[in-house]
Write a protein that binds this ligand. Sequence first.
Ligand code: B16
Ligand code: MG
Length: 217
Amino acid sequence: AQCGFIFDLDGVIVDTAKYHYLAWKKLANELGFEFTQEQNEMFKGVSRKRCLEILLQIGGITASEEQFNTWMVEKNTDYLAYIAHMDATEILPEVPKVLEYLKKMNIPLALGSASKNAVPILEKVHLKEYFDIIIDGNQVTKAKPDPEVFLKAAKQLGLAPQHCVVFEDAVAGIQAANTAGMVSIGIGEKEVLNEAHYVFNDFTEITLQFLDQLMKP
Ligand code: B16
Ligand code: MG
């Protein structure tokens, strides 16, 4: 059977986590508390709304719905300013090589991201053309670890979940892929992503032979 590959965006294709972190840290500091890189780990793969809920919890702050929404907008405005200068140099190592190879092998490709900014980012780094299907934060109602984002991608690719391979850097994303019944490949630390079927530090560790192996039923 035909198989498809689904890629997460932040932390897999580009390292936007550092810009998300700067924007959340700025907001935290304005509200009078610290937000560490370590705490930022919890934000990976998590929706903007959920991130703000966690941030306010860290700061011990309760907010009205109106105030909450204002801070959501403020964070995103700052984030957009940080990513404004992004270009193809921010693509993570060997990602284009892998995309190029899968395309050459006629493998359908999808993006499965929690970000509402996924399309402009893909355009900035000139990788949008590689993806047959893009499912992002604008099309999902249930955030990772819910499998909705990946199941929608599989459906639009016209593939059964068990014939899909997912690349993810977040624990919540690996859980979403596993719950969907897909093959999960963690990009990051083995200790953190221990629920994934395979884990690599980055794409430089992924060989074309390994990709061939994944394509076989
Ligand atoms: P936005 P991914 C996720 O993207 C990020 O990992 C997460 O940190 C962020 O909060 C989320 O997107 C929402 O992003 O504020 O741009 O809608 O890793 O699922 O590609
Ligand atoms: Mg990610």
